[in-house]
Write a protein that binds this ligand. Structure first.
Ligand code: SF4
Length: 172
C-alpha cells in the first residue's frame, strides 16, 4: 500500500510540474534550459545600466562576454524552484537583456539565471520582450493610481516587505 501512495504522490508531483510549465509556456514566457558555464570569466558590474527609451534602470549581477555578445546574468542565492525559474526572475532577466541591448547596441540571444544549484539560459525572444513591456506599462499605470491590489499570494514576500506596516492587503 505505501508503494501505491508513493507512486500516486510522484505522479501528482509530475502532473503539477507539467501544469506549471504549460501555464508558463501559454503565457509566452520561455521555461529556460539548464546550462553549465565556467563562472571564472564573469565580470561584476559596477554601475547600473540605463535605458532612456524605456525609462528603465537595473544592474545585472554579471555581464558575460561570449564572442561579440554580452550576456546578462542574475544570481539568486536560493535553490532553483522545482518547476524552473520563477516568472518574476525571467522578467527581471528580460529587463536586463533590454538594458544590454540599448547600452551595447546588440541584442543578447539569451540571459542566464543562476541559482545555488542550477543555471538556466532564458531565450530573449520578441514574445518575452513584449511580455516585459506589458508588465512595465501595467506597473506605470499602478504607480499613477492611488491604490493597487495585491498581485500575489506569497506570505513570505509580505513578511519582508518595506510597506508592510501601511499595507491593508498584507498576508500573515
Ligand atoms: S505587504 Fe502589501 S505591498 Fe508588501 S508585498 Fe505584501 S501585499 Fe505587497
Amino acid at each position: 500500500m505505501p508503494f501505491f501512495i508513493a507512486l500516486l504522490l510522484i505522479l501528482l508531483g509530475l502532473f503539477i510540474f507539467w501544469l506549471g510549465r504549460r501555464a508558463q509556456t501559454e503565457a509566452g514566457l520561455p521555461i529556460g534550459r539548464v546550462i553549465y558555464s565556467d563562472t571564472r570569466g564573469w565580470q561584476a558590474l559596477e554601475k547600473p545600466l540605463f535605458s532612456r527609451t524605456h525609462r528603465l534602470t537595473g544592474k545585472p549581477d554579471y555581464l558575460v562576454q561570449q564572442g561579440h555578445e554580452v550576456i546578462p546574468v542574475e544570481v539568486k542565492s536560493a535553490h532553483a524552484p522545482p518547476d524552473g525559474p520563477r516568472r518574476s526572475h525571467i522578467l527581471q532577466l528580460a529587463a536586463y537583456c533590454l538594458l544590454v541591448e540599448e547600452t551595447y547596441r546588440q541584442r543578447p540571444k539569451y540571459g542566464i539565471v543562476k541559482y545555488a544549484d542550477q543555471m538556466f539560459a532564458i531565450d530573449y525572444t520578441p514574445t518575452l520582450q513584449t511580455a516585459l513591456l506589458d508588465v512595465i506599462a501595467a506597473m506605470r499605470d499602478d504607480l499613477a493610481r492611488t491604490e493597487a491590489q495585491r498581485s500575489h499570494n506569497e506570505a513570505a514576500r509580505c513578511v519582508h516587505c518595506g510597506y508592510r506596516h501601511a499595507c491593508e492587503e498584507r498576508l500573515a
